[in-house]
Design a protein around this ligand. Structure first.
Ligand SMILES: Cc1cc2nc3c(=O)[nH]c(=O)nc-3n(C[C@H](O)[C@H](O)[C@H](O)COP(=O)(O)OP(=O)(O)OC[C@H]3O[C@@H](n4cnc5c(N)ncnc54)[C@H](O)[C@@H]3O)c2cc1C
Length: 397
């Protein structure tokens, strides 16, 4: 099989396939950055659920990530810009050691890439794809240098602007959120208190995700113009606005190093599969980062695809057989759609200024803080539990 795209989802999928004795080649357009300055932090981080942690443990890469840097968080505090709506989640209430981990994307990618060779994955990087021909019995990939690869299945894990999806002629429903996310690493006067903080404001949510010591990675969603302004402001002015946006709940906040902004989109491919082809991760779906679910959904896609291919092999099917791939699509599309809709609903609810919605919002957060069953539901989502997990995301028996 060929996995195109060696980001977090593609690299995890390639490892999982090779560990199940599928002959696997990984094609990546860029040489990934696997070495960095000690004491530096990646601007891109992910909140990793318990299911994703379990998958990374089962792949054998979790310990390398722990030795690098992962930050467990025990609390999550969410509040609204105007009013009394607040909700607090505590791992101790669930008898859990934590609610999840904040991990720099490059830490995940490095651990996975270091395990590719040992797992038996053949890596082609950097490489460029020129053409793609699909058929029931597999796929033919023509590389830009003229090389030809014939494989039983090609998997698009090449992100939101997937070239493979485009070459296969699969359309996507795509809509701009009209928001950009400003990301940066910041220090907090009062330390990080092992808490992930999120404040909903009119222009978008501000998330503060704990890194080590007194550090946070911020994801500040706002209008494109404001994002551009925030990135260009002198540091002391940015620090003042950020501290004010956080209502000084962690004391003074101060940015360390670079700031960057990413446009936010809602996107969903019309199909996940064709004979000889499957889409996973952001190549299939892109959601708002407000609940930190994007890569977690991608890991669930990877696990579900592996399960479908292993079951198909047991029935004597070739990997590109549509019957197996449809099992994967049916297993994942509904959950991804529901998560997209939930994030979209949250975003609409919290960015709308109408008095009724504001009241519902405040009642909602306040009530959720008090109503134990609702709190439990939120906590299950944070822990990535409450759903049928692929084999690779479950604890070993
Ligand atoms: C600001 C922000 C914050 C986020 N926070 C979270 C979070 O807390 N938790 C969470 O779960 N998700 C989060 N997400 C979403 C998450 O980052 C994405 O869902 C995730 O990166 C998708 O992984 P992927 O491997 O599918 O795609 P990508 O990360 O986009 O990787 C695609 C890979 O394919 C390669 N590639 C591209 N084109 C080609 C080609 N033609 N040929 C070969 N290789 C190619 C690229 O170089 C790259 O390595 C966030 C997103 C944003 C924007």
């Amino acid at each position: 099989m060929a996995v195109v795209g060696g980001g977090m989802v593609g690299a995890a999928l390639a490892c999982a396939l090779a560990q199940r004795d599928f002959s696997t080649v990984l094609l990546e357009a860029r040489e990934p950055a696997l070495v960095w300055e000690p004491g530096s932090y990646d601007l891109r981080v992910s909140a990793i659920t318990r299911a994703s942690q379990q998958m990374l443990q089962n792949l054998g890469v979790w310990q390398a990530m722990v030795e690098d840097r992962v930050t467990p968080y025990q609390h999550m505090h969410v509040w609204d810009r105007a009013g009394l709506g607040e909700i607090h989640f505590d791992a101790a209430d669930l008898a859990e050691p934590d609610l999840g981990h904040i991990i720099e994307n490059r830490v995940i990618v490095r651990a996975l890439w270091k395990s590719l060779e040992g797992a038996g994955v053949k890596v082609l990087a950097p490489t460029k794809l020129g053409a793609l021909d699909l058929a029931d019995e597999g796929a033919r990939l023509t590389l830009a240098d003229g090389g030809i690869l014939r494989v039983g299945l090609v998997v698009a894990a090449d992100g939101a602007r997937s070239q493979v999806r485009e070459l296969a002629g699969i359309a996507s429903r795509s809509e701009s959120y009209d928001q950009h996310a400003v990301v940066a690493t910041v220090s907090a006067e009062q330390g990080n208190r092992s808490t992930a903080w999120q404040r909903f404001m009119r222009d978008g949510p501000l998330a503060l995700l704990p890194l080590e010591r007194d550090l946070f990675s911020i994801v500040w969603s706002t209008s494109p113009n404001e994002a551009e302004r925030l990135c260009a402001l002198p540091e002391h002015e940015f620090n003042g606005l950020l501290t004010k946006a956080s209502e000084s709940r962690l004391g003074q906040l101060a940015v360390l190093g670079a700031r960057a902004a990413f446009p936010l989109r809602l996107q969903h491919a019309e199909k996940y599969v064709l004979p000889g082809l499957a889409l996973v991760g952001d190549a299939a779906h892109v959601i708002h980062p407000l609940a930190g679910q994007g890569v977690n959904l991608g890991f669930l896609d990877a696990g579900a695809l592996v399960d479908a291919l292993v079951a198909g092999r047991g029935r004597g099917r070739v990997p590109g057989a549509l019957a197996s791939l449809r099992v994967y699509e049916r297993g994942r599309r509904g959950h991804n759609t529901a998560t997209q809709l939930a994030m979209d609903g949250f975003k609409q609810l919290f960015s709308n200024d109408s008095g009724v919605l504001s009241l519902v919002r405040n009642l909602g957060l306040g009530a959720a803080g008090r109503l134990t069953p609702l709190r439990r539901l939120f906590e299950k989502v944070a822990l990535g539990q409450g759903l049928e997990l692929p084999t690779i995301s479950r604890p070993p028996r």
